[in-house]
Each structure stands twice: as C-alpha cells, then as structure tokens.
Design a protein around this ligand. Structure first.
Ligand SMILES: Cc1cc2nc3c(=O)[nH]c(=O)nc-3n(C[C@H](O)[C@H](O)[C@H](O)COP(=O)(O)OP(=O)(O)OC[C@H]3O[C@@H](n4cnc5c(N)ncnc54)[C@H](O)[C@@H]3O)c2cc1C
Ligand code: FES
Ligand code: FES
Length: 479
C-alpha cells in the first residue's frame, strides 16, 4: 500500500499529488491548486453541472470516458485515472475542440457560467461514440442547467457534432495515455493527514483487514450522498474506505434465477444491463439524478443511504430482491423487506458492508414502475411506485407493490396487495385497492409534495398500472 500520494494522468503526464487532506474536493483542487478556473461552482451538490469534468479510465485496454461532478468528488478517488478539464480541450496549437466549436457556431452560450460544464458533458458523449440520437443528446446534458441561453441552441450544437470527425488531440496521444494509466492503475493507497485517513483497497481480502482495524470508517462508493456532508454540511469525515477501487465488486452476473450486481458497479452500467429484463427499471434510472451522478453512484450506496425517496428501493422491494452483506466472519443474504428499519436506518451493522444485490428474474411477471417529481430530469421523487404481478387467466396470481416517498422508509403496500391478490382487475377491485392505500400509508407533507397530493398520486399510479396492463393484455376484466 502506497502512502500519502495519488497519481493521475493530466495533460499527457503523470501528476503525483502529495500531502493533501483526504476530504479535499476535486473542484477545489482544480480551482485553487491547479489554478484553472474554467470549471465553475454553481450548487456544490451535484445538481447544476457547472463543475463537470471528464475522467478517463482503462477498460479492456481502451479508455472509458465519463462525465462527473467535480464538486462532490473526493480528490483521492482520482488515483489511477485521467483527469480532463475544460482548459485541456484547446489543442496545443490553440484551436478549439469540436465540442467548443459547435457551441460557438450555434450561439450556445450567453453569460457563459454553465458553458464549460455543458462542453464537458458533450465531450464525454463525443468521446464515446461518433453517432448519437436525440434521446442520447438530451440524456447527455440532462445534468447541466443553463439559466440564460435556453437549451435549444445547445441541443442544436450537440446535433451538429454528428458531422464532426471525432479524431481530436486526445485521440492522437491515446497510446501514451493508455501506457501512463497502466503504470499507475493497480496500487492500493492509504492517505493520512493529521487525524484523517483514506483507504482505497483493491481486493476484498484487504478491505476486510482494513475494516478490522477501522471499524468506524465510512464506506465510500460513488460519493453522491456521502460527499454532501463535507460540501454542504461542512463536516469532516475522519476515516474513509473507498469501495469503488475494488474491481471484484464491480460486476453484473446473470445467475439464471437472479441477476447479481456487485456493490461498486456504477448505476450507468446497471441501467443498460437491466433493460433487457425489466425495461421499466431502466426508465426510472434514466431519470435518476444525471449521467454525472449515475456514472459514479451505485445501487449499494442507494440501499445503504436508505432514503425513503431512494429510487431503486421500491423497485427492488417489489422484485423481492436480496442484499448480500459481508462482515469479517459472516456472509448473509437478507431480503430487502426486512432491511429498512427506520428513517435512513438499516440492519447494516458496524464493519458490515454490502457486497452485492440479487434481483430475481421473473420471466412470467409484469413489472411496472413510475416516478413522479417536480421536474422531469435530475430531480428527486415525490412518489415512486413499483408493481410486480403475475396474471394467470386474467386473475392476479401473485403481486408485490412498493412505494417510495409515502413513509419514513421505502415500503410495501400490503393491504393493497391483499385486495388485488387472486382477483380480477375489475373497476370495483381497483377502487377497493386504491382505498386500501390509505391503510398502508400515512405520508407527510414537505417541500416536494403535500400529504394529500402524495396519496392521490399513489392511488392514480396504481390505477394507471392496472389500466396499462389491461390494455396490453386485453383482459376481459369488466365482464
Ligand atoms: C444531484 C443528485 C441527484 C440525485 N438524484 C437521485 C435520484 O434521482 N434518485 C435517488 O434515488 N437518489 C438520488 N441521489 C442520491 C444518491 O445519488 C444515491 O443515494 C446514490 O445511489 C448513492 O450511491 P453512492 O454510490 O454515490 O453512495 P455513497 O455516497 O458513496 O454512499 C452513500 C452511503 O452508503 C454507504 N455505502 C456506500 N457503499 C456501501 C457499501 N458497499 N456497503 C455499505 N455501505 C455503503 C456510505 O457509507 C454512505 O453512508 C442524488 C444525489 C445527488 C447529489
Ligand atoms: S457545482 Fe453544481 S453540480 Fe457541481
Ligand atoms: S449561458 Fe448563462 S447560465 Fe447558461
């Protein structure tokens, strides 16, 4: 384990960074230490995209480019990666990068505050593929806010990128970048500064040894939740164990009966994988934060945070998923049903970590999920609902319904399920099932939604789900 130094690739060279606070945030490092002020701070909580930078990482001997929010990224997590910031986009001969050129030509910038963030998001898309459709363009910039230009000129700029040759100066030095990344990628690291420690193990075995001696340490995955206690609450985190450095935990497997997702798998990878099995899961994930958030955030982090409005949670609950927990001596699989025990409280014990999540593969079932939020993109749910049913000869043979945003924990609608089980989907049954939701939930009013709005939405989503199923299956339910 190397101490107190991280190495990353920047501007075609290895940059060693020593003697820094393990809680240091990447955006502050870029602006205050690198003295590059093109990357902006808008919200400092991952919501506006002004601070977007791009990371390059080795994947099967190729560089995988991902846009991230530097305002909620801990600096040491950059170890072994390539950092690309807005100033790096101009070539050494002084010419603009194609992603900058199209923004100029389409008048995609007015005050300019959001522009570096937009350009970096476009850059990550441009580096991934040479052809992209309108949905991909919208998705790519869904985590960037602009208050003055409006989005049409920016979308126009992105569309005109399709005609650009994607050989840029990064492509010209790609071999060199790959070699540099190979040189620095495999080490575990330990950073110690005063009373703060940061561990980034690369193996589970090593992780367990670290946990043994640092049982109170905070696990860090994507950091899209944990980092806010530093950036917003101005707290210090004394001991951090970075999970996303462990490649053994970054996997998705199909075990025939269930899909298993390793704890450090980014949501963006899970989002594409699960589409084939549960398209509605992907539909919800597309509206989960932004690509910058999903590029690093994980399902495991979402589960451990246990927020009542965590978007994966009602979906996983309705699918009867399990969470696989490891402690120093024990491995156990718990159903999510019994995992959430109070507001942001779970059964996780000290020193225990989420290893993976198991999602049953239910070939004969219908799975539907809905998210209602104030803004369509990049917003937290007011209510999120998931329905998993098996219908045989028009009768509901099995059913699991779960809601987020309706209680202190993501929760199943047991009374509602009881009404629907073994029933035909008649108007009368649906009405009764909607009424049963009043027994299942007593939601609160907050800044996202009032109590009555939440209840109304929960009922309407149930009805919407039933109507959609009836239309698709042509069930003769009114008979
Ligand atoms: C701008 C923004 C938008 C967001 N939008 C959404 C949204 O639309 N929907 C939504 O549900 N959430 C959203 N979130 C919340 C957040 O992205 C999720 O909760 C995310 O899944 C957390 O995952 P992470 O990997 O980043 O977790 P981290 O921040 O790394 O960790 C979160 C918590 O989980 C613990 N933890 C992490 N990994 C493990 C592990 N393997 N074992 C045990 N404990 C662990 C950490 O110690 C910490 O307490 C948003 C956040 C931001 C900043
Ligand atoms: S400053 Fe707003 S997302 Fe980072
Ligand atoms: S150009 Fe002013 S915020 Fe976008």
């Amino acid at each position: 384990m190397t101490s107190n130094t991280i190495s990353l690739v920047h501007r075609g060279k290895i940059l060693d960074i020593k003697n820094f606070d393990p809680n240091e945030i990447l955006l502050n490092f870029i602006r205050n230490k690198l003295k590059k002020t093109g990357t902006k701070e808008g919200c400092a909580e991952g919501g506006c995209g002004a601070c977007t930078v791009v990371l390059g990482e080795l994947k099967n001997d190729e560089i995988n480019y991902r846009a991230i929010n530097s305002c909620i990224t801990f600096l040491p997590t950059l170890h072994g990666k390539q950092l690309i910031i807005i100033e790096d986009l101009i070539s050494k001969h002084g010419s603009l990068h194609p992603t900058q050129e199209v923004m100029v030509n389409s008048h995609g910038s007015q005050c300019g505050f959001c522009t570096p963030g937009f350009v970096m998001s476009l850059f990550s898309m441009f580096k991934k593929k040479s052809k992209f459709n309108d949905d991909e363009i919208k998705d790519c910039i869904s985590g960037n806010l602009c208050r003055c230009t409006g989005y049409q000129p920016i979308i126009k700029a992105a569309k005109s990128l399709k005609n650009k040759n994607n050989i840029d100066h990064f492509e010209e030095i790609k071999e060199n970048t790959i070699n540099l990344l190979k040189k620095i990628s495999i080490k575990s690291i330990l950073i110690v500064k005063e009373n703060k420690k940061y561990f980034a193990p690369t193996r589970i075995l090593e992780l367990k040894k670290i946990i043994k001696k640092n049982v109170n340490a905070n696990f860090l995955s994507g950091g899209t939740d944990l980092s806010l206690s530093v950036t917003k609450e101005k707290k210090d985190i004394n001991s951090i164990i970075y999970m996303n450095s462990i490649s053994e935990l970054n996997y998705i497997k199909n075990n025939v009966e269930y899909i298993e997702v390793g704890a450090s798998t980014p949501l963006i990878d899970f989002e594409s994988y699960i589409k084939k099995y549960y398209p509605d899961f992907t539909k919800i994930l597309k509206r989960y934060g932004s690509p910058q958030i999903r590029n690093v955030g994980t399902v495991a982090g979402n589960i451990a945070t246990a927020s009542p409005i965590g978007d994966c949670l009602p979906l996983l609950l309705s699918l009867n998923s399990q969470v696989v927990l490891h402690s120093l001596k024990k491995i156990q699989a718990l159903f999510l049903d019994s995992f959430f025990i109070g507001y942001r409280k779970t059964k996780l014990k000290k020193g225990q970590f989420i290893h993976s999540i198991r999602i049953p593969l239910l070939q004969n079932n219908i799975f539907k999920a809905y998210k209602v939020s104030k803004r369509f993109d990049d917003d937290i749910s007011s209510v999120c609902a998931a329905f998993n049913l098996e219908i045989v000869k028009n009768r509901i043979q099995s059913i699991r319904i779960a809601y987020g945003g309706m209680a202190a924990v993501p929760k199943r609608a047991i009374y509602c399920e009881r009404i629907l089980l073994n029933s035909l989907m008649t108007e009368q049954t649906i009405h009764k099932a909607k009424q049963a939701l009043e027994k299942d939930f007593n939601p609160i009013s907050d800044m996202r939604a009032s109590r009555s709005y939440r209840m109304e939405i929960a009922k309407n989503l149930l009805e919407k789900c039933c109507e959609e199923i009836k239309q698709k299956k042509s069930i003769g339910v009114y008979a």
